[in-house]
Write a protein that binds this ligand. Structure first.
Ligand code: THU
Length: 147
């Protein structure tokens, strides 16, 4: 799948977000090393702090479909999904918690997972590696000395 197709999958998924409180619709598409794609959306809650981000719901789907160890690339898009298509100018980058969750997948595979970040329109795209988004991250190896 091309970057454009992965972004399109994230933008399409975003339209199914449950975001009545923030009205910020986020979609995430994750591609496996062998080309499988799963998606996720943000799912908010009346108890605001219990909301789940799109990346974390997509990572759950990825875990079930092909395993976190096989995550290769991730696309994220966020904006206004109240119309027929996702709109908005500002590029959506993963929040700190989602960076940590992506870092876990990266540690499992030893692969520097690429994170493709898009605005709502899909017209502005910024590519990062997870090692840039979360330098000096805390991962499974940091727990080696646990009893
Ligand atoms: N959100 C995500 O789904 N992913 C991010 O990386 C940033 C924020 C969601 C959480 C909340 O539902 C809404 O966007 C506004 O913060």
């Amino acid at each position: 799948m091309t970057d454009e197709e992965l972004i399109a999958a994230a933008r399409e998924a975003a339209l199914s977000a449950y975001a009545p409180y923030s009205r910020f619709f986020v979609g995430c598409a994750i591609e496996s090393v062998d080309g499988q794609v799963v998606t996720g959306v943000n799912v908010e809650n009346a108890c605001y702090r219990l909301g789940v981000c799109a990346e974390q719901s997509a990572l759950s789907a990825a875990h079930l479909a092909f395993g976190l160890v096989n995550v290769a690339r991730i696309a994220v898009a966020g904006g206004d999904g109240s119309g027929g298509s996702l709109t908005g100018d500002i590029v959506c980058t993963p929040c700190g918690g989602c960076r940590q969750a992506i870092y876990e997948a990266s540690c499992l595979s030893g692969r520097d997972v690429q994170v493709i970040c898009s605005n709502g329109e899909g017209s502005t795209v910024v590519r990062h590696d997870i090692s840039t988004l979360i330098p000096h991250g805390f991962g499974p190896l940091n727990l080696k000395d646990a009893g």
